[in-house]
Ligand binder design. Structure first.
Ligand code: UTP
Length: 606
């Protein structure tokens, strides 16, 4: 029995809208979906579910399924033909700013950036499944570090609130703006993200300030003709998979938020990812670079060793005049350079790093040009397809595939006149994501970043220690230890709340005297806003908290057994998963805790 006959027999069950959808499916070569449909009276409810799903797939993709299938056919044909997407383009190093924390330029940009925060909106993409990490919860609920147990989402929200307050104070604006914060979720993360926010009173943010935009999955493709893949267990369900973080652009556009922000006078949109505990250390300076250099697109980047397994930010110029500054994956960059007159490929330059900085997928876009561009594209980002073929004939897939898109591919459609640049910061300052499970992280070749829960947490201590060092505190060198098969540097566990410092200038202001020191085994937790460190010598654990109206000057000497960082067995199921994925826990043996709950000025000589 032919598919269309099966469908015809079921027509009486369909609403006029469903009839239109059915016709559209036949026109785009999807008749196989009805192939095994029984007569009316059998599975009628499931047939309705089928149409509900197709209607959602159709409405949530810009241009609908017609457009999805058309693009899929083209991309699948290119993939089969082995077409290189960068054919005809010549790579060169784009222009950008390279910053070193604490030097004059850094401080100047940081100051300029803080001023801009009142005009910024923050967008967190947090719809990813996190398959590589394999954590059972959502990634933003993971502790960023286990000294205080602060989760990523709390840290992000508190950083935004404190930066916005600092911005307001600096600009002396008429009233402090509630800086908007958008979180892109997916079916995999939405309910749990909302629950985390609600059960923690939005970590101090006004609920009206936070908007969750849920991305939908896209239909899977079974073959090179872009025929939709059906669930093997249920012929009324089309298989779906995530479309990638590039969805954030079309969602922001269709939500109407961008226009709202423009009308409210905002100028910047800052995009960031779910598990980077360091990013906010670089945001003020990077925003300052955007404002000073008038970048429409500013990609935050880190120094990258030649051939290191992260994408390089590259300027690509085509003989036909096309030009773009874009992330080129590391496995494409080296061959592209070799094929275009650079016989050595991707090599380090005199700085010891590749001249192509490493993309960390945190972007600052200028709102006006961003809206103009999205008005042209509807927020559609150039997609790609990555089918796993059964054999070299490339005729069959091992499993169904789908189109995907990436947030950082936004500049691909920009005209050559667009101002696209990058901001590189110190390698230890801005990027330490938690993406890999312990087993995979342990297999990472020596010298390459682990991107695990172990390295994510230890990087926070390293970065804070380095910052305090730059501010004049004598910090002991780290020791090297192995946790979950990964060799990491263990610096003193220094953690502060964003209330205490959101910029290097804040840290400098709050640390004085020539004689402050922290030993390697120490832990320093600063929770209070106006805690001033002056000639403090710490060999153990000190936790200081104070109400906002108190100013506490802390000096003297603290010595106790402190908090030890102890190795644990990742397979010990009596421990929580958040601990096991790190391979260590903090054993709180002894500490000095100081808390000031009344306003006033205090000088404490410990
Ligand atoms: P990752 O590269 O970490 O991917 O995404 P992932 O999907 O979370 O994890 P794997 O690949 O399954 O291991 C980078 C950022 O983009 C978000 C993630 O939440 C993370 O912040 N993301 C990813 C989305 O918002 N949507 C997606 O469809 C994919």
């Amino acid at each position: 029995m032919s598919s269309s006959l099966n469908l015809e027999k079921n027509m009486s069950l369909l609403s006029p809208d469903q009839v239109e959808i059915a016709k559209m499916l036949l026109e785009i070569g999807q008749g196989h979906l009805f192939q095994d449909w029984p007569d009316p009276g059998v599975d009628d409810d499931l047939k309705q579910t089928f149409f509900t799903q197709v209607a959602l797939l159709n409405s949530s993709y810009p241009g609908g399924l017609v457009s999805y299938i058309k693009t899929a056919k083209e991309l699948l044909a290119d993939s089969k033909a082995g077409k290189n997407p960068f054919d005809g383009f010549k790579p060169s190093v784009p222009s950008g700013e390279v910053l070193t924390l604490g030097d004059e330029t850094f401080i100047k940009y940081e100051e300029a950036g803080v001023k801009q925060v009142q005009n910024a909106a923050f967008v967190l993409v947090a719809g990813g499944l996190g398959e590589r990490l394999g954590y059972n919860g959502i990634k933003v609920a993971l502790p960023m570090e286990t000294t205080t147990g602060t989760c990523f989402l709390q840290h992000y929200i508190e950083s935004i609130l404190c930066l916005s307050e600092a911005s307001y104070k600096q600009t002396q604006g008429e009233c402090q703006r509630d800086v908007p914060f958008v979180i892109m979720t997916s079916d995999d993360t939405h309910a749990r993200t909302l629950e985390l926010l609600e059960s923690n009173s939005y970590f101090g943010m006004k609920p009206t300030q936070v908007k969750l935009l849920k991305q939908e999955k896209v239909a899977c493709l079974a073959d090179n003709d872009a025929r939709l893949a059906v669930d093997p267990k249920n012929k009324y369900i089309i298989q779906t998979k995530p479309h990638g973080h590039g969805d954030v652009h079309s969602l922001l556009y269709s939500s109407g938020l961008l226009r709202e922000w423009k009308e409210a006078g905002l100028r910047w949109v800052m995009f960031f990812q779910d598990t980077n505990g360091l990013l906010f250390k670089a945001i003020p300076a990077a925003l300052g670079v955007s404002a000073t250099k008038e970048y429409h697109v500013n990609s935050l980047a880190v120094p990258r060793k030649a051939k290191e397994a992260i994408g390089g930010i590259t300027k690509l110029t085509h003989a036909d005049g096309r030009e773009m500054v874009i992330n080129v994956e590391y496995n494409q960059l080296d061959p592209l350079l070799r094929a275009t007159g650079h016989p050595d490929g991707d090599v380090n330059c005199e700085t010891g790093y590749s001249p192509y900085p490493g993309n960390i997928n945190q972007l600052i876009l200028e709102l006006g040009p961003y809206i103009d561009e999205l008005a042209k594209t509807g927020g559609v980002i150039k997609e790609f397809v990555n089918p796993k073929y059964k054999d070299a004939t490339k005729t069959e897939f091992k499993s169904s595939t789908r189109l995907e898109c990436m947030m950082q591919d936004y500049p691909k459609t920009l005209p050559p006149s667009a101002r696209v640049g990058f901001t590189v910061t110190d390698p230890w300052l801005a990027y330490a994501p938690v993406k890999n499970n312990p087993e995979d992280a342990a297999k990472v070749p020596k010298g390459n970043p682990y991107h695990s829960a172990t390295s994510g947490e230890t990087a926070v201590y390293r970065s804070n220690s380095m910052i305090l060092r730059k501010a004049g505190v004598k910090i002991d060198d780290p020791v090297t230890q192995v946790f979950n098969g990964q060799e990491v540097e263990i610096w003193p566990r220094i953690v502060w709340s964003p209330k205490w410092a959101v910029t290097f200038a804040d840290v400098k202001r709050k640390v004085s005297g020539e004689n402050s020191s922290v030993t390697q085994k120490s832990t320093l937790v600063i929770k209070g806003r106006n805690v001033l460190i002056e000639d403090l010598s710490l060999d153990g654990t000190l936790v200081i908290d104070s109400v906002d109206d108190a100013e506490v000057k802390v000096g003297g000497s603290v010595k106790n057994d402190g908090w030890a960082i102890e190795s644990i067995d990742k397979d010990d199921t009596s421990l929580p998963e958040e601990v096991r994925i790190r391979g260590f826990k903090i054993n709180k043996v002894d500490q000095l805790e100081k808390s000031y709950s009344e306003p006033g000025k205090y000088t404490v000589n410990l």
